[in-house]
Write a protein that binds this ligand. Structure first.
Ligand code: ADP
Length: 358
């Protein structure tokens, strides 16, 4: 296990593209950190700089407190799992898992013991004699993970390891990756564009956009205390609803609704005449009127029954929103309803900076 320090890390590609800006992070021993953000935000670039596969253009990267910028991938003692499994098709599962150790000239009986142990952790014991083509996608990815964890390195890097799997396999493998982390205790960095994977796996999440870190925090902190509009909209499914408007006499008006913002934020005066963004999560609302909340009237346009809950698509003036309600309370379409946003579940953002107003 190792702890990692990223100090002001920058990446400028040879063509001049500045892909990562001033990335700062301290990763504890054994921690599971997820880099998440839309495609092209710089997640893989950062991971590849940590792996030693990409030069660091600026800043300092330390492993266990020692500068590692100049170390090659092998010297960093990292294991990496990629999106494509890259197994050797002509080798059995056993040989694929054993490959790294065989190359290092480790004793046969030591290899045997480690392969058996790795296979047990990954539930691959009965497949050791098979060739990769006789495995499902999920099993192949487990072999790729086995090949990485058998080396017992202190740092485990994963780049979108589940993206070639179907939805069901992804859920199973997600659980297994969490179990493997619990068993091996390796310091892990995991890259994904999928916020659900990030939320379910991470001790801490780093949200990135356009090469900049937007926020670093536990899943709980990101969900309940998003720093800005981007994080608020990225974490959570369905995403947070946003109402944009100008503050007039301390109020925000949309459709037939007029929300007295002073009830939420006493300092709203300084936003008088300015544009703000109000956010609320689909699952945070209550149907009907709640005393400590903003009552909203809106029109039901569409409902999606998902089992225990229903997504309700509503409009109020030009504003659209999604509400998540108990499926027993699914409203009719094309009728007006009232729901309330509890004050504690209301977020206000500065429309200029997009940062949360506190
Ligand atoms: P992510 O993993 O978040 O999808 P990447 O780290 O792969 O994003 O890429 C970040 C940005 O850097 C993207 O705009 C990408 O096009 C750019 N990029 C990646 N590799 C190179 C390269 N070798 N040369 C120039 N630009 C690159």
């Amino acid at each position: 296990m190792a702890y990692l320090t990223l100090k002001n890390i920058n990446k400028i590609y040879p063509n001049g593209y500045h892909a990562v800006h001033n990335f700062n992070l301290e990763i504890e021993k054994g921690e599971f950190v997820v880099f998440v953000g839309p495609s092209g935000c710089g997640k893989s670039t950062t991971l590849r700089m940590i792996a030693g596969l990409e030069d660091i253009s600026g800043g300092e990267f330390l492993i266990d407190g020692k500068r590692a910028n100049e170390l090659g991938p092998r010297e960093r003692e990292v294991a990496m799992v990629f999106q494509s499994y890259a197994l050797y098709p002509q080798m059995t599962v056993y040989d694929n898992i054993a490959f790294g150790l065989t190359l290092q000239g480790v004793d046969e009986d030591v290899i045997e013991k480690r392969v058996q142990n790795t296979a047990r952790i990954l539930g691959l014991t009965e497949y050791l004699d098979r060739l990769p083509r006789a495995l499902s996608g999920g099993q192949r990815q487990r072999v790729a993970i086995g090949r990485a964890i058998i080396r017992k390195v202190g740092i485990f890097l994963m780049d979108e390891p589940l993206s070639n799997l179907d939805a069901k396999q992804r859920v199973t493998m997600r659980y297994e990756i969490a179990q493997i982390h619990r068993e091996t205790g390796a310091t892990t960095i995991y890259v994904t564009h999928d916020q659900t994977e990030a939320m379910t796996l991470a001790d801490r999440i780093v949200v990135m956009k356009d090469g900049y870190v937007q926020q670093i925090g536990t899943p709980y902190e990101l969900y309940y205390k998003p720093a800005n509009v981007f994080v608020a909209g990225f974490i959570g499914e369905p995403p947070m609803n946003f109402v944009r408007g100008t503050v007039q006499n301390g109020c925000l008006a949309f459709g037939d609704n007029r929300l007295d913002l002073k009830r939420k934020y006493a300092g709203i005066d300084r936003y008088e005449g300015k544009e703000i963004v109000l956010g609320f999560r689909p699952e945070a609302i209550v149907l009907g009127e709640a005393p400590e909340g903003y009552p909203i009237t809106c029109r039901v346009e569409l409902t999606e029954m998902l089992g225990d809950n229903t997504n309700v698509y509503v409009t109020a003036g030009d504003t659209q929103a999604i509400l998540k309600v108990d499926s027993h309370d699914t409203p009719e379409t094309d009728v007006d309803i009232t729901f309330s946003i509890p004050l504690e579940s209301v977020y206000l953002f500065d429309a200029g900076t997009e940062n949360v107003i506190e």
